[in-house]
Ligand binder design. Structure first.
Ligand code: GLN
Length: 485
């Protein structure tokens, strides 16, 4: 069989159709490999060997019957642990949900199941997706497969590490401020955050509902396009999802169309904060993209300097409201009540929420409750909403001049485990280049500057930002870029 490390969705599809291997054999091989490799990487929180092998058998039966199979049939995937897969744990890496089993499938999971995808297991993450290093998981810290002393990024660090370490061919993550793109960049894989509304969030454990999106992490841009084409679409279970028709160019971009796209480099993203290594790598990518014949010019997004503070008002406000549902009574944490059981309802809340939530989650609930409280609401929350509008308008103006915007993903490559845990502000800066897109609702993709496998260098990704619902533009440039990388 082909080496696991060489597999892409495309190659798996061809291999299955040409009967080079069966889905069952492939799935088994992945579990054998996970057993050794994940002992050091720690990407998975739980595995579902029985379910995955049974699903693989169904794919093999369909092939044996001569049925036509879709591109994702038999493709081994990792699913971030804040996405519900019926019958499997969904802890969101929190003690609060330690004993919770998902009662239904998220819409994205339903779609992937119909397409024949195989779910190997649930991937580690920062608790409730709050963090940039996966160190906020209540259960364990995932390691960067390129250097086990470093973080994989976060919050979808388990998903990114699983793909980068060849323990899955693709994964799903969620992105509220950068949680798909930043770990993709730090692990050297591709990560797509779709436009707000492009993918249903039904069955995703919400963090900040006006910012959250679900998207794929994959080895190639082409694979990201394939997964996105399956999970996108309007869903009656998510009122924010929209009906958009994506043309042929999503999966089959043409170079003559791609060459017509103009790319903008926002000067505010290239001024300060980036380390020299990251800057150098990104500049190489820009030169390569120019060599495709695409016009690249400088643009300005003047309100960028307000984005981080705006995000850290709006996000915690929504977090504090979303976390209110975890009272310790629902979702089964009551089992964990201590011997000195509190006698009052308030006592139960204090005990359950105090013990069930980790430090970062509690920090954000307090911040969010504060900015929403009467007396502070206008000064913080209402003001941040106005700033959010300005940030969105910056992008609207820029997109009159260019079609796509290119930026760094994160100011640095993967940092050491423990390096930023005592300084939340340093950690928050990891997402300075990505969270603007969540505030503006725009699609963004992180693409590795080169192949880092087998080198001693740390991966670096660059980000392409598209107009709303123009995933095809950023995926298209990305696909041509990776052919000449
Ligand atoms: N790292 C950012 C945060 O901690 C983004 C998280 C995310 O996108 N889920 O809020």
């Amino acid at each position: 069989m082909t080496l696991l490390k060489d597999l892409t969705i495309k190659k798996i599809h061809d291999g299955l159709v040409n009967k080079e291997f069966t889905a069952f054999e492939l799935t088994k091989e992945f579990f054998d490999y996970i057993e050794t490799r994940d002992a050091e990487v720690q990407a998975y929180l739980s595995l579902d060997k029985v379910g995955a092998l049974a699903a693989a058998e169904q794919v093999d039966i369909a092939i044996a019957k001569g049925e036509e199979i879709g591109m994702l049939a038999g493709v081994p995937m990792a699913i971030k642990d804040n996405l519900l897969v019926k019958g499997l744990p969904a802890t969101a890496a929190s003690k609060m949900l330690e004993n919770y089993t998902a009662a239904y499938d998220a819409t994205v999971i339903k779609k992937l199941k119909e397409a024949g995808a195989i779910f190997l297991g649930k991937a580690n993450m920062d608790e409730f997706a709050m963090g940039s290093s996966t160190e906020n998981s209540a259960f364990k810290a995932t390691k960067n497969p390129h250097d086990l002393e470093r973080v994989p990024g976060g919050s979808s660090g388990g998903s990114a590490a699983a793909v980068a370490a060849h323990m899955a061919v693709a994964a799903l993550g969620t992105d509220t401020g950068g949680s798909i793109r930043q770990p993709a960049s730090l692990c050297g894989v591709v990560g797509l955050k779709p436009t707000y509304g492009a993918v249903s969030r039904s069955g995703a454990i919400a963090m900040a509902s006006s910012l959250d999106q679900i998207g794929p992490l994959t080895k190639t841009v082409e694979d990201a396009a394939i997964v996105f084409s399956v999970i996108k679409g309007k869903d009656p279970l998510d009122a924010t999802s929209v009906d958009v028709v994506y043309g042929d160019e999503l999966l089959n971009p043409k170079l003559e169309d791609i060459k017509k796209l103009r790319i903008g480099l926002p000067k505010e993203y290239f001024i300060e904060g980036m380390d020299d290594y990251t800057k150098g790598e990104i500049n190489k990518a820009i030169e390569k993209i120019k060599s495709l014949g695409i016009e690249v010019k400088e643009i300005s997004l003047p309100n960028t300097k307000h984005a981080l503070s705006c995000y850290y008002i709006i996000m915690p406000a929504e977090v504090s409201s979303n976390m209110a549902r975890f009272d310790g009574i629902r979702y089964s944490r009551l089992d964990a009540l201590q011997e000195n059981e509190p006698k009052t309802l308030l006592g139960i809340y204090h005990e359950q929420r105090g013990q069930g939530f980790g430090k970062e989650v509690r920090r954000r609930i307090m911040l969010g409750t504060y900015v929403l409280s009467s007396g502070y609401y206008d000064a913080y929350y209402a003001k941040a909403q106005k700033v959010r509008k300005l940030i969105k308008e910056d992008f609207d103006n820029a997109f009159k001049e260019v079609d796509v915007i290119l930026t760094p993903v994160s100011p640095t490559a993967a940092f050491k485990i423990g390096e930023k845990t005592s300084d939340p502000l340093q950690m928050y800066l990891s997402d300075i280049f990505t969270l603007t897109l969540n505030l503006a609702g725009l699609p963004g993709i992180s693409i590795p500057v080169k192949q880092y496998e087998g080198t001693s260098e740390l991966p670096v990704g660059f980000q392409l930002v598209g107009k709303a619902f123009r995933e095809a533009d950023i995926l298209g440039i990305g696909q041509f870029y990776e052919r000449i990388r």
